[in-house]
Design a protein around this ligand. Structure first.
Ligand SMILES: [Fe+2]
Ligand SMILES: [Fe+2]
Length: 120
């Protein structure tokens, strides 16, 4: 779960959000998304440093999952529909989808290499 989340946030913060901002698409919704990424990353790093037997572990995990769900829901509904409605959506790079997929694959591969390297 944490690899997928890291790839998700890195890709969006590097490519997707800047492209939306450049096209002038709803800054407010993007700033909220940045903050939500921040909250999820913070809780995730706390969980990573925590004993799973800790009495707060399950509650913390649940709160993180709720935050992820909320964030993804807003991205899918609010952000994408707002983007589609904006007339300046055509200012987004034509190959943005392709760039995003490529960067995702790169990040997944980098992570796979890191995991391999640390286990040997
Ligand atoms: Fe996101
Ligand atoms: Fe939100």
């Amino acid at each position: 779960m944490s690899t997928e989340l890291t790839v998700h946030t890195t890709m969006e913060e590097e490519l997707f959000y800047p492209a939306m901002r450049d096209a002038g698409i709803d800054d407010e919704v993007l700033t909220e998304a940045d903050e939500e990424h921040h909250v999820v990353e913070t809780i995730m790093s706390e969980l990573e440093g925590m004993d799973p037997d800790d009495e707060n572990y399950d509650a913390k995990f649940k709160v993180m999952a709720e935050n992820v769900e909320h964030h993804i829901g807003e991205e899918e509904k609010e952000m994408l529909t707002k983007m589609e409605k904006k007339s300046n959506a055509d200012k987004l790079p034509e190959d943005l989808g392709e760039l995003i997929m490529m960067r995702k694959e790169e990040l997944m591969a980098e992570h796979a290499m890191l995991v391999k390297g640390s286990s040997s």
